[in-house]
Design a protein around this ligand. Structure first.
Ligand code: ZN
Length: 239
């Protein structure tokens, strides 16, 4: 069910959605339900993935998993940006920004989804992609709404220990945590959305089989049952 608080965005407010992520599976963990609900509402959703995820398994297999995962949430438009997994933070800023600007010019999204400056898990590729997207968004005159994936205190209270025990955060990383009032878009992943998000995550079998075995299906679903974003203002700070 969607959050109906008047101070928050609704799915239909998002218009055309462009998600820019680092690896196949980032989009599913952080935005599968947003994508499914936007597609159901007839909105265009495009996903761009900076790398093929080849550091985390066979690149061709991960590409096939990604296509199956996107199909589970009704997304038919996808583009790889062609950078190397694990090396995004070594890409000159201009090159990363140019790749994202090209996407913005082609797609002209109303809303962009990506990582915050924390990179969610602290992965260097995630942090780099966040920087590129922010740079491209600024260079395009802030034409779109920019939303950063984040987590709330309630996520950390319930799932912090489990997340740490399962190696979600990079060593030394400080995952994001914002108060509820700072959240611009919150999707509670329940009912049909939950089934589709679960299918999208299961499709990334090379990445999620181990976690699923470790915690079981029910807990795995609950763990990722909220998608939360903050909106970045034109000065470049998350509200
Ligand atoms: Zn990733």
């Amino acid at each position: 069910m969607r959050d109906r608080r008047p101070d928050r965005l609704h799915i239909t407010d998002l218009g055309t959605v462009l998600g820019v992520w680092a690896h196949p599976d980032d989009e599913a963990f952080l935005s599968a339900a947003v994508m499914a609900q936007a597609r159901d509402a007839g909105q265009r959703v495009v996903v761009a993935t900076a790398t093929g995820g080849e550091a985390g398994g066979n690149g061709e297999e991960r590409s096939r998993e990604l296509m199956r995962s996107l199909a589970a949430v009704g997304v038919t438009e996808h583009e790889f940006l062609g950078f190397h997994d694990g090396h995004c933070d070594g890409v000159p800023m201009d090159g990363g920004v140019a790749a994202v600007r090209r996407l913005l010019e082609q797609i002209r999204p109303d809303t962009i989804l990506t990582f915050g400056p924390d990179g969610m898990t602290g992965h260097g590729d995630h942090v780099a992609v966040s920087r590129w997207v922010t740079g491209a968004w600024r260079a395009s005159g802030h034409r779109s709404r920019l939303l950063h994936a984040t987590l709330t205190g309630s996520f950390h209270r319930r799932w912090g220990a489990l997340s740490s025990a399962n190696g979600i955060w990079m060593p030394g990383a400080v995952p994001p945590s914002v108060p509820d009032k700072a959240v611009a878009l919150h999707v509670s992943v329940t009912g049909a959305s939950a089934d589709r998000k679960f299918a999208a995550l299961q499709a990334h079998a090379s990445q999620t089989d181990g976690l699923l075995r470790a915690v079981g299906d029910e807990m795995f679903r609950d763990w990722w049952a909220a998608e939360t974003f903050v909106e970045v203002d034109a000065i470049g700070a998350a509200a």
